[in-house]
Design a protein around this ligand. Structure first.
Ligand SMILES: [Zn+2]
Ligand SMILES: [Zn+2]
Length: 240
């Protein structure tokens, strides 16, 4: 009842346009995108054929057992899962989260549902991918920490934000570097501060978006080197 009244009032007083298509957003719970754009967003249900390690959408269904894309063979995490593809409503949520530390109710529900389906039962610890100090100062918050808060609430697992640190500020695009050089810079940017929190633990690593997987693989690499037993990755959206 309260929600219906709030949504009606909001649509009169504050009809904010959908960041994807520009139509009015009908429900506050839908965040930056309208319900039509949400409907047109690929949300994984568990019925898709995805790489069993990195969740890349695969075109061919394997005749038996699990399928792998093999592009993620060198990655250090055990399994990476996402709510859906980085497109339309999910992309809008990821972009909005960079300027405001808020996750709309619809996405909170999807994150909680994803966690329930995830093979991360028995995980001991949630660790958000850290920002560099420079970017943290610029933004004022870490968007991965906001996502981690939602998963921690749903899972009842503690968050640790001081275990993993980002040692250097890596510019997003360095034109002179080839892809592998950029990946190596990202891979080596992380360190573990409290090794006793990591050794023998099963960890869920959280980030907002999974693009090439280099960032989360870099985090998983140092966590595993410090003795982490398992590292699962959970993100809002993954690149196609
Ligand atoms: Zn829309
Ligand atoms: Zn893969």
């Amino acid at each position: 009842m309260f929600q219906a009244i709030r949504d009606a009032l909001l649509s009169v007083v504050f009809p904010h346009p959908c960041s994807v298509c520009g139509r009015g957003v009908e429900k506050y719970a839908d965040g930056p995108a309208c319900s039509k754009c949400w409907d047109e967003t690929t949300i994984f249900t568990g019925d898709e054929t995805l790489c069993a390690k990195c969740s890349q959408l695969l075109l061919l269904k394997p005749p038996l057992g699990e399928a792998f894309c093999h592009r993620c063979d060198g990655h250090f995490y055990d399994q990476a899962i996402s709510v859906g593809l980085y497109e339309r409503a999910l992309a809008a949520c990821v972009v909005a989260l960079k300027s405001e530390p808020h996750i709309p109710a619809r996405l909170r529900r999807l994150l909680a549902e994803l966690f329930v389906r995830a093979p991360f039962y028995g995980a001991d610890l949630i660790i958000p991918v850290p920002l560099s100090k420079a970017r943290w100062i610029e933004r004022g918050f870490n968007q991965a920490e906001v996502v981690a808060g939602v998963i921690a609430d749903a899972a009842g697992i503690p968050i640790q934000t001081r275990v993993l640190v980002r040692r250097s500020h890596t510019p997003m695009h360095r034109a002179a570097m080839d892809r592998r050089a950029r990946e190596l810079t990202v891979e080596n940017a992380f360190g573990v501060e409290l090794p006793e929190m990591v050794a023998g633990r099963s960890i869920i690593l959280i980030d907002d978006v999974f693009t090439t997987g280099a960032t989360v693989s870099g985090c998983a690499k140092v966590l595993k080197k410090t003795g982490a037993d398992k590292v699962g990755v959970l993100t809002i959206a993954r690149a196609r």
